[in-house]
Design a protein around this ligand. Structure first.
Ligand SMILES: *[C@@H]1O[C@H](CO)[C@@H](O)[C@H](O)[C@H]1NC(C)=O
Ligand SMILES: *[C@@H]1O[C@H](CO)[C@@H](O)[C@H](O)[C@H]1NC(C)=O
Length: 558
């Protein structure tokens, strides 16, 4: 009898279990099988500068890695696919939003070395765009940055993140299209040929490699292998560091082992800035988040809508935007390493009262002389990479990394295969002195935007001084002007340079340019634009991952 009843209970139980699991399975298949429209991904995605690196990042996620694992693997890959943009000899800023909703900023920006040339800023470049040579090298923070975020959010073993890039660097790969395109420019061919980078980017006869030819980084492969095995300490406190310092010394630099040993990553809370019904998380100074937020808050008050793009309205809107960018130029000097200046020196940039006051100074029908915007002239810079990664568990990474200008300062370390940054030139025009340990101000601004409905937008850009306008316009286009994410990023930009001259990307609406000239803006031609924006957005369970065609990138995911 008893056994009978047990049997019956069991039967009921298993029937119930079966029903529940059927329902669960049905749900899973319903949701997993749900198609996201137009190439959107369902679970996770990586938007890096190149398809190859997006795929390497995405593969890490598929193998159980977190968004941080994917980001590190994709960054390492980018260091060989776009070696002119970033690498182990540089630094980065990585904004991470975890499951609890906390948003942290990992600051592994380069620092001023102990024995820096005291009158360094006297040799800031004025005419030629590049600051070349070893005196501009800052203490690289890149690997300490990876180490810190991996320790906190990584799921895969550290060494695994290096594997795909070690293979690429050792076995070689065909010259990527974008790099090939860059290296076909006479200016850059000259740069490569006249620096030690020629060792990896030239034939034996010193002609620069071109499209279709194989690119190899054998020394870097060895270096990465050691770091994969021994950790970042091999670079900061071991053999690789010693080799690197010897090479820098041979190139006339003053960086020493103590600089490397004492390098520390800084972790800060992101600034949370309300924007419409969203919250925008941006990195605090010395990064570009404050100026980006300042421009967006100024523009928010003009209540833009898709109609703002109608003929007459469009000139008015861009006029206001250009004025906002001029005021932002006037504020560039208030962004500094908080550890070396008034910690609150940039806080006014997101203060509603200050923003309202400045907005009131934007005239509807004209522009002003430079002093009106409190502008001190400074130089503009170029370079960098950005990537955004989102994983299945909701970890979001927005990472910008750089060796500063194209190929940094043109210093290559033959013993380690590392290309060194020229980050100290970022002080030019924005500071009067450099102090050892200080991090130079930067336009880099990896953003994470969170909407009230739970939508996520991870966005950021590269292109030095152009980052701010590239990211600001992409956000304005997408949030307020009704463009989808791809159109928002691809729309041609206006760039207000450090002298408040206004330049437009080639495809920019000619009639608007004429209208803006008539309002008094000093429109000048510009040959090169380096702005590149990568982003991904998750909304209603689908991830749209967009990479900028300007750098021929493509995203990957699943
Ligand atoms: C340099 O070497 C490469 C590869 O061997 C060759 O294709 C190229 O024609 C050479 N260029 C000159 C100017 O000799
Ligand atoms: C930009 O503006 C400055 C001052 O307004 C002017 O002297 C300079 O010639 C302009 N630069 C270019 C490239 O036109």
């Amino acid at each position: 009898m008893v056994t009978n009843r047990v049997w019956r209970v069991c039967c009921v139980c298993s029937a119930a279990l079966l029903t529940i699991s059927t329902i669960v399975l049905l749900f899973i298949s319903l949701f997993a099988g749900r198609r996201c429209p137009g190439g959107a991904f369902q679970r996770a995605a990586v938007s890096a500068d190149s398809l190859l690196c997006s795929q390497i990042g995405s593969k890490m996620l598929q193998q159980g890695g977190s968004a941080v694992d994917g980001a590190i693997a994709a960054l390492l890959c980018t260091s060989v696919v776009n070696p002119h943009s970033m690498g182990l000899g540089g630094g980065s800023v990585i904004t991470v939003k975890d499951k609890t909703g906390k948003v942290k900023v990992f600051n592994s920006r380069e620092t001023v070395p102990q024995y820096v040339q005291t009158d360094l800023l006297k040799s800031c470049p004025t005419k030629f765009p590049f600051a070349l040579g070893s005196k501009w090298i800052g203490v690289p923070g890149e690997l300490r940055g990876y180490e810190a975020i991996h320790k906190q959010y990584g799921r895969l073993p550290w060494s695994k993140l290096f594997e795909p890039t070690i293979t690429l660097a050792r076995e070689g790969f065909p010259m990527p299209d974008f790099l090939g395109h860059l290296l076909s420019e006479p200016l850059l061919q000259h740069l490569v040929r006249s620096t030690s980078i020629c060792e990896v980017l030239c034939h034996k006869n010193k002609t620069v490699l071109s499209k279709g030819e194989m690119l190899k980084f054998p020394k870097l492969a060895e270096t990465m292998e050691t770091i994969a095995k021994e950790g970042a300490d091999a670079f900061y406190n071991g053999k690789i560091g010693l080799d690197l310092i010897q090479d820098i010394e041979a190139a006339g630099g003053t960086l020493n082992m103590e600089d490397l040993r004492s390098y520390k990553v800084r972790v800060d809370d992101a600034w949370a800035v309300p924007l419409g019904d969203a919250v925008m998380h941006v990195p605090p100074p010395p990064f570009g988040g404050a100026l980006l937020a300042f421009i967006l808050k100024l523009m928010e008050g003009f209540h833009l809508t898709p109609q703002s793009m109608d003929a007459e309205q469009k000139i008015k809107m861009y006029h206001r935007y250009i004025e906002a960018a001029k005021f932002a130029n006037g504020q560039r000097r208030s962004v500094h390493d908080p550890a070396f200046s008034d910690e609150k020196s940039a806080n006014h940039l997101i203060d509603p009262q200050f923003i309202d006051r400045i907005r009131g100074m934007i005239s509807a029908d004209g522009t002003h002389s430079s002093s009106y915007y409190n502008v001190t002239p400074s130089s503009d810079t170029v370079g960098t990479t950005h990537l955004s990664v989102l994983d299945q568990d909701g970890l979001v990474v927005s990472a910008t990394s750089t060796i500063n200008q194209i190929f940094g300062g043109g210093v290559y370390s033959p013993k380690t295969g590392v290309i060194l940054n020229n980050e100290l030139s970022d002080f030019c025009g924005r500071a009067d002195t450099v102090r050892s340990g200080e991090r130079p101000p930067s336009s880099m601004s990896p953003v994470i935007l969170e909407s009230k409905s739970g939508g996520i937008l991870a966005i950021g850009g590269s292109g030095g001084s152009m980052i701010t306008t590239a990211v600001a316009l992409s956000i304005i286009n997408h949030l307020w002007l009704g463009m989808n994410l791809r159109d928002a990023i691809e729309a041609p930009i206006v760039f207000v340079d450090a002298k408040n001259n206004v330049t437009f990307e080639r495809e920019f609406d000619k009639s608007v340019i004429d209208g803006l000239s008539a309002l008094g803006h000093n429109v000048v031609p510009r040959k090169y634009f380096f702005n590149v924006v990568n982003a991904l957005e998750k909304e209603n369970g689908c991830i749209v991952a967009v990479t900028d065609r300007r750098k021929m990138g493509e995203s990957a995911g699943y």
